[in-house]
Design a protein around this ligand. Sequence first.
Ligand SMILES: [Zn+2]
Length: 189
Amino acid sequence: MLWIPEAVWQGLLENFDRAPEGVERVAFLDGVPVPPGLGGVVTTLTVPAAALSPGNYRIGAAEMSAAGKHLRQHRLQRLAQVHTHGGTCTTHSPTDDAMAYSQHLGALSVVLPEHAQEDPDPWDGTVHVRGAAGWTELSRDEAISLIRIVPVQIDQSQYPKEAARWKQSRTGIPARLEALWSRMTKASH
Ligand SMILES: [Zn+2]
């Protein structure tokens, strides 16, 4: 399975939103593999300094190397590649097959439609898996069972939420800081 924290997927969509109009976008999902099988736990979104164009993207050797430095540093691995196509067709082109980030068994490549402008989930595109015989497409159901988008925080606490405290303060300073500040300013008279 591939576990993607909600915030990472959201970050990818927001990043792709900022790309120039009409060009392909590309990013990597890095994290900790969970053997045996496909995927792992994604910790990090990596967006390489790619040359983006309407028909493809290119990542130079130096840029690819720069986009991988943190992997060794934090003992992470590249778990999947995500890139976009302009239309609704999300099959791998021969170039996609050949130029994928990895040709290792179990490598994952997600292709999203319409340059991800409709905020797709991973399974709204096509998930490709590198098998012994080459890249193969998963069905939507297979992709849904492979990929989980998980929350990064579950907060069922009964005490006031941080956000509520901020809202209660007229100046935007949390109430406690506000009280401290007013005491400090009075003391100077
Ligand atoms: Zn492609």
